[in-house]
Unconditional design. Structure first.
Length: 184
């Protein structure tokens, strides 16, 4: 509706100005996507984008969400993998601001991702009982290995990605590397 249409429809006691005939009235946008599962992400910050499971609710213009016809947990696993972060930050958007439109440029692999789904389900379950559960030294290691296989990376490629990650996030890398060493 234009503002003029709305004034006529609701028989409002307002004068219709010429600009009201061409100005769109406020509308609810994309109501068909409300209450659907999606992946949301933070747009700003040193770790941006950080992907997480969105809650099935109504969202507004400040909410960033990625909707898929495929399994939401598989998408979540692939987006949070080290290689996806490397590709996004190194080649697509290398600032602290991660715009939603840039997400379409991230190459995602179509393959059998049932194991990824299982690992993400496990992380979510463990974080519900313990919000401080450290998935980075557990399931994330396995997720990265699976995604490296999906991308057909060789040892040198993997080393490049992991070195980039450790250079980019040195504090996090020390914690992860130290805890991975403890597990051995």
């Amino acid at each position: 509706l234009t503002i003029a249409d709305r004034v006529r429809l609701y028989k409002e006691d307002k004068q219709i100005k010429p600009e009201h005939k061409r100005t769109t009235a406020a509308v609810i946008r994309n109501p068909d996507s409300y209450f659907r599962s999606y992946v949301t992400f933070s747009r700003t910050g040193i770790y941006a984008p950080t992907f997480r499971l969105g809650i099935n609710t109504i969202y507004d213009s400040k909410s960033d969400g990625l909707f898929t016809q495929n399994n939401i947990f598989e998408l979540l696993a692939e987006l949070n993998s080290s290689i996806s972060r490397y590709l996004f930050k190194g080649f697509i958007c290398h600032t602290v601001q991660a715009e939603g439109d840039a997400m379409h440029l991230l190459p995602l692999i179509n393959s059998d991702k049932r194991k990824l789904e299982s690992l993400v389900s496990c992380i979510i379950s463990k974080q519900k009982s313990d919000p401080r559960y450290d998935y980075m030294i557990n399931e994330q290691v396995e997720i990265d290995k699976l995604v490296y296989l999906m991308y057909n990376l060789n040892e040198n490629d993997i080393k490049e990605v992991e070195n980039w990650f450790f250079r980019r996030y040195p504090k996090l890398a020390k914690v992860i590397d130290g805890k991975r060493g403890e597990k051995k």
